[in-house]
Ligand binder design. Structure first.
Ligand SMILES: [Ca+2]
Ligand SMILES: [Ca+2]
Length: 271
């Protein structure tokens, strides 16, 4: 039996288990190659569901880390339905990451690493299911693509740039390996918040990890409402370095709404 066939069967079994609400052994305690910083509970009165959050000067709350595989699989364990998705996501028939069980990535492994291989609609659904939203426009809703570098409009950019102060999450100037980037990465993700210097030097924005590198992050910022629209991905990933990690590197980085990439995950925001 080929590896791909095995993987397909595993995915199928997982989908059935998720459909039946079967609780898997995803919380077996296995961690990624390096342990993450314990970011603790949410602060600023932000909700704790689906990931620890912090409140920023702009008033909104944002996840302190990329959504982890563990958190995402725990949500899949609840058997979320694909009914009720908005029209642009009607073609999204399941929430399973396309690489969840391939390349040696068992469902009980690397639970502290960011989830990848999810499409924009999967990311949207996860955030909505936890009473949050996929980070988009300050105040809620989609951020127009042209406002990608406007700290008064883009929740993701405001956080990364500390309200427009900085070009990289860690400051004005690029510093190699502050964040998890190429080539240190060896072409794969690492646990979230394992790079304690990959945060803002501005105390009002510090405590939000990996806005540069590890996985790039879907933003609620698309060039249309259709299924084929392209949506922004932010912050670069383990496949990027230097300018690729700029907070405004979203100028050319986008993917079709229903596409997936092992270097693209997401985080959520709320008010
Ligand atoms: Ca999907
Ligand atoms: Ca990231």
């Amino acid at each position: 039996m080929s590896n791909s066939a095995t993987a397909a069967q595993t995915r199928s079994a997982w989908a059935i288990a998720a459909l039946l609400g079967v609780v898997c052994s995803c919380d077996s305690g296995t961690t990624g190659p390096t342990g993450p910083v314990d970011v603790g509970p949410s602060t600023g009165g932000c909700p704790d569901l689906g990931g620890s959050m912090t409140r920023l000067p702009e008033g909104f709350c944002i996840d302190r880390t990329e959504v982890t595989r563990g958190a995402y699989f725990a949500w899949l364990d609840t058997g979320p339905t694909t009914d009720g998705q908005p029209a642009e996501c009607a073609a999204n028939v399941d929430f399973l990451p396309t690489c969840a069980t391939t390349g040696g990535w068992g469902l009980d492994r690397y639970l502290d690493n960011p989830v990848g291989c999810v499409d924009w609609c999967d990311a949207r659904a996860y955030c909505e299911a936890h009473g949050k939203r996929l980070c988009g426009r300050v105040g809620g809703g989609a951020n127009p693509m042209d406002d990608y570098n406007d700290a008064a409009q883009s929740e993701w950019f405001a956080t990364c740039s500390a309200g427009g102060e900085n070009d990289y999450v860690f400051g004005v100037n690029y510093v190699k390996d502050r964040c998890y980037e190429s080539p240190e990465s060896g072409w794969g993700t690492t646990g979230v918040a394992t790079h304690p210097e990959c945060v803002s030097p501005d105390g009002d924005y510090a405590g939000v990890y990996d806005l540069g590198g590890n996985v790039a992050e879907w933003e609620n910022s698309c060039n249309g409402v259709g299924a084929d629209a392209r949506c922004r991905i932010r912050g670069g990933s383990f496949k990027h370095t230097a300018n690729g990690l700029r907070c405004d590197a979203g100028s050319t980085l986008s993917l079709p709404r229903h596409s997936t990439d092992d270097a693209v995950g997401f985080r959520c925001c709320t008010d």
